[in-house]
Design a protein around this ligand. Structure first.
Ligand SMILES: Nc1ncnc2c1ncn2[C@@H]1O[C@H](COP(=O)(O)OP(=O)(O)O)[C@@H](O)[C@H]1O
Ligand SMILES: [Mg+2]
Length: 91
């Protein structure tokens, strides 16, 4: 989403921040998040709004990129609500 803004867009961070875990745990953190969310959707563990809040918090906390994580997490959460959870106010 930032390919016309930053040269490094789309590449994960390679340094630690005061938010998020060690940079080398980003890929496994994202894999775990996607697997957990998929399980929670299939088994209807949480209502859609709670699922979205949990997904957003974990994604922004992983903090995959050097910058733009807030905007990325909000876009990804809107996409989850619209495309996967079919919430009408996002369609
Ligand atoms: N202590 C915190 N707890 C939860 N989220 C945080 C915290 N500190 C920062 N964030 C999240 O990180 C974002 C800022 O990270 P950043 O990579 O600069 O994203 P952006 O450039 O899109 O604002 C904030 O918008 C917020 O979503
Ligand atoms: Mg920023």
């Amino acid at each position: 989403m930032f390919r016309h803004v930053w040269r490094w867009a789309g590449h994960f961070r390679h340094s630690d921040k005061n938010i998020g875990g060690p940079w080398y745990q980003i890929t496994t953190g994202l894999r775990n998040l996607c697997d957990d969310i998929q399980y929670q959707i299939i088994n209807q563990i949480h209502p859609p709004d709670e699922l979205a809040v949990r997904f957003h918090h974990r994604l922004v906390w992983i903090h995959a990129f050097p910058n733009g994580n807030g905007r990325h997490a909000r876009l990804m959460t809107d996409t989850l609500l619209k495309n996967t959870l079919k919430c009408e106010q996002f369609t």
